[in-house]
Write a protein of this length. Structure first.
Length: 95
């Protein structure tokens, strides 16, 4: 199995990021049973943020999904950003 990259959202590494079964995921979320499958999870119990890779049929696929994710990227048009900055500036000045 390939090494797991740090969490793209909080940077957690080491044992806090691990491959778990769908059954383990269900138990953590008080869910019922499972149909099999795998997740990579950034464990909140180990200082992580709780994000996961999403379900995969194999550990290799779960690892691939995790390692190819990127942090949250939001595309915003420049005019929207300018408008937000102008509004924030007005709020700071109390207008």
């Amino acid at each position: 199995m390939a090494d797991l990259k740090p969490c793209p959202f909080c940077g957690n590494t080491g044992y806090g990021v691990s491959v778990i079964t769908e059954q383990e995921m269900a138990e953590m979320s008080d869910g019922e049973g499972s149909n099999g499958g795998w997740y990579v999870i950034c464990s909140a119990n180990a200082g992580g943020c709780g994000s996961n890779s999403g379900w995969a049929q194999t550990t290799e696929k779960a690892t691939e999904k995790w390692n190819t994710r990127i942090g949250k990227i939001v595309e915003v048009e420049e005019s929207v950003l300018v408008d937000v900055l102008v509004r924030l500036n007005k709020l700071e000045k109390g207008k």
